[in-house]
Ligand binder design. Structure first.
Ligand code: CTP
Length: 407
């Protein structure tokens, strides 16, 4: 029995130079036993002929929503219903924009709106287009609707630029499809604890100290882990966003609350991600009633909070026989990323540290995007250029799983 026997895959091809690579993807899927139906945009037919994909898929190729050949069915609905998965490869900025905004003005975009099957998108475009805020917004929107992205690679682009935007290799896309359809999912059977948001340190009943964390990066990691099959506990401090569904949500306020919730779960989880921005200090006194103004100045004394990540590191050393979690820390810095990240990794005994320079545009707290460098015990592991937080999350999980499986 072949890997994809019995599966029907709709392969959407949109109009970019990488359209020729759809031929390799199509033949790989067919060789794995899938029944492949190809839908091409008008633009795609300028780069590769329908005859090529018809020959490789052994089915006629759909290009025109009005070209109804079988009177017993409406083709775009019939194929949308029959699909176990729809993949768009290559996906141009245009088709991504149409998908994000519900536009249905040709066969492919109409089918994409009509299907309830999982959708995988493999983008390919110029690096500046991939990093354009409009494209990022669309990718974020689609990610939040459950669309999976096979990230473009970095390299020589057809337009002459060197950068991110090259279609992922057809084999990588085929693997992503097979993993989705046949599992087991990457994080199946694993328990993951993620902390997100900014802690709130009370001064009195109506005032507090907090920080700019929006919770978006932690939520993206929780959502992706859930989709990859993990059982997720989200320890959530103050955030601006709605937390994702399908996870166990534990609402906390202060660093002390978070410390307790996290430490109580040690020994029961396989992975811990400390994406929360934990306040290093809290007011030494928390007033039970509202502070009234009296003097011209008011001093607030602050005392140190427990360092949760450090406590996890110490727990690992103190109880080596216990279920030892793989620990991912975060480092939000405003310069000298490598020195601070490596210091945190060693001091807090993390397996990976995801560092970002929060002073850079597109990185940082409230943004939908991030620019990160990931460090392991050996030093820099990977730089991720400006990308939607969902894409950064996917990449972090893939790296973590590679390392957990290798260990
Ligand atoms: N962290 C934590 N508990 C704290 C402070 C930080 O668990 N009291 C975790 C954060 O969740 C993050 C990592 O430690 O994963 C690094 O946080 P950051 O604030 O950048 O580092 P600090 O250790 O506070 O270092 P510094 O203030 O010197 O930058």
């Amino acid at each position: 029995m072949k890997r994809l026997s019995g599966k029907t895959i709709v392969l959407g091809v949109s109009g970019g130079i990488a359209a020729f690579k759809a031929a390799s993807l199509c033949s790989r899927l067919v060789s794995w036993g899938a029944s492949v139906r190809v839908v091409m945009t008008e633009g795609a037919t300028r780069f590769i002929t329908p005859l090529t994909l018809q020959t490789l898929s052994r089915h006629s190729v759909a290009t025109d929503v009005f070209d109804e050949r079988d009177p017993s069915v409406v083709q775009h609905i019939d194929w949308a219903d029959a699909a176990d998965l729809v993949v768009v490869a290559p996906a141009t900025a245009n088709i991504i924009g149409k998908m994000a905004n519900g536009i249905a003005d040709d066969m492919l975009s109409t089918l994409l709106l009509a299907t309830t099957a999982p959708v995988v998108v493999a983008p390919a475009m110029n690096v500046h287009m991939w990093e354009h805020p409009a494209v990022i917004e669309n990718v974020v929107k689609l990610g939040s609707r459950g669309v999976r992205f096979v990230e473009p690679g970095t390299g020589q682009l057809a337009c002459g630029y060197v950068g991110k935007g090259r279609l992922a290799e057809p084999d990588e896309i085929a693997e992503a499809i097979a993993a989705w359809l046949t599992g087991p999912k990457l994080l199946a059977g694993r328990k993951v604890m993620i902390t997100a948001g900014g802690t709130v340190e009370r001064i009195d009943p109506v005032r507090y100290i907090t920080n700019d964390s929006s919770g978006k990066m932690g939520f993206a990691l929780a959502e992706t882990a859930r989709d990859l099959g993990a059982e997720v506990t989200l320890i959530c401090a103050r955030t601006d966003e709605k937390p994702p569904g399908g996870v166990e949500l534990v609402q906390v306020e202060s660093a002390a609350d978070m410390y307790e919730s996290v430490m109580n779960r040690l020994g029961t989880v396989d992975v811990i991600v400390k994406a929360a921005a934990v306040a290093d200090y809290r007011p030494s006194v928390q007033y039970q009633s509202k502070i009234k103004k009296k003097e011209q100045t008011l001093s607030l004394e602050l005392v140190r909070n427990p360092d949760i990540l450090q406590a996890i590191g110490e727990w690992k050393t103190a109880y080596p026989g216990e279920r030892v979690p793989f620990v991912i820390g975060f480092a939000a810095e405003t310069g000298d990323l490598e020195t601070f990240a490596m210091d945190k990794l060693q001091r807090k005994k993390c397996d990976l540290v995801v560092a970002n320079d929060v002073s850079r545009e597109g990185a940082g707290f409230a943004s939908d995007t991030n620019i990160v460098s990931i460090y392991g015990p050996e030093g820099l592991v990977e730089n991720i250029a400006l990308s939607a937080k969902s894409i950064v999350a996917e990449r972090i999980w893939r790296l973590a799983v590679e390392r957990m499986n290798g260990a």
